[in-house]
Design a protein. Structure first.
Length: 119
């Protein structure tokens, strides 16, 4: 999951560089899809989202820094994925993107498929 968090952070920077505003980034299909995967890997689905007013462009870099710290501690992958710090960040990201909405997730995955197809 650490690699996914680091790549997500880079993706957000790319979206911002393309001129998208925070609201567009927070609801971007790729962000919704990646958040769903983070939610799965952290085993946070049974936990309520944590309300968060920060945009992903501020939240995810802090998440990446926290993940780097957890990696430096030498924790194994499963422990890092289920660590309370990881789960708290994921639950905030879930709140920002609304990724647990089944309709929103299916729409995001369909939009990602269309982007790959060049549509």
């Amino acid at each position: 999951m650490s690699g996914l968090v680091f790549a997500f952070n880079e993706c957000l920077a790319d979206l911002a560089a393309h001129g998208l505003c925070n609201d567009e980034i927070d609801q971007h299909p790729i962000c919704v899809a990646w958040t769903d995967k983070l939610d799965d890997l952290s085993r946070s689905r049974r936990l309520e989202p944590i309300p968060c007013d920060e945009p992903l462009t501020k939240l995810v870099p802090r998440f990446a820094d926290a993940m780097r710290s957890l990696c430096k501690e030498g924790l194994d992958t499963d422990t890092r994925n289920r660590h309370p710090i990881t789960q708290d960040f994921v639950r905030q990201v879930v709140h920002v993107t609304g990724s647990r909405s089944t309709v929103k997730l299916f729409e995001a995955l369909d939009a990602c498929k269309q982007m790959v197809a060049g549509q």
